[in-house]
Design a protein around this ligand. Structure first.
Ligand code: FES
Length: 165
């Protein structure tokens, strides 16, 4: 495959195979033992795991595509669907629920105009509810990317969302 090839995936997404080479070869030495870390790096780059990138990875590290697909679908942290630049994880676990997580979740849905599992048209946000993210004493908790927002009131939602481009 031409290293400089750029494949169009959809209207907005392109795969840069030179960049993929740099992740696979330079960061992880094309070592199949590093498969999960390579997948994490690819997902960090694209916010999801594009199918052409997985097929390219399979060839590069000599692992059957079906095995890579199996790993990508086994772990819930990986997504095979395009996601927004910012992942909003609303905790709906018991501790957060009793502290008003549903109202916070509704406010977020209303503000973004999407429901759980959906992505805004501008690809700015993806909304994904979770069950306990280990900060129960801070409930209700919303995690945006790697940032925890605890003791969140519905009235705080817009100010928090505005922090993310
Ligand atoms: S229930 Fe929400 S962080 Fe534990």
């Amino acid at each position: 495959m031409n290293k400089a090839a750029v494949q169009t995936v959809d209207q907005t997404e392109q795969i840069d195979y030179m960049e993929l080479d740099s992740i696979i070869e330079e960061e992880f030495n094309s070592d199949k033992e590093n498969l999960i870390m390579i997948l994490q790096a690819i997902q960090k780059r694209y916010n999801y795991l594009p199918q052409p990138a997985l097929a390219y990875l399979a060839a590069k590290i000599s692992v059957p595509y079906s095995n890579i697909y199996g790993v990508a679908t086994f772990y819930s942290t990986f997504s095979l669907e395009p996601r927004g630049r910012n992942i909003v994880s609303v905790c709906l676990g018991t501790a957060c629920h009793v502290r008003g997580a549903e109202r916070v979740s509704e406010r977020i849905e209303n503000s973004l105009g999407i429901t759980n599992g959906q992505t805004t048209d501008d690809k700015r946000f993806t909304l994904a509810s979770v069950r306990c993210i280990g900060c129960c004493s801070l409930g209700p908790v919303v995690k945006i990317n790697e940032d925890m927002h605890g003791r969140l009131a519905p009235g705080d939602v817009q100010m928090v969302l505005d922090q993310y481009e």
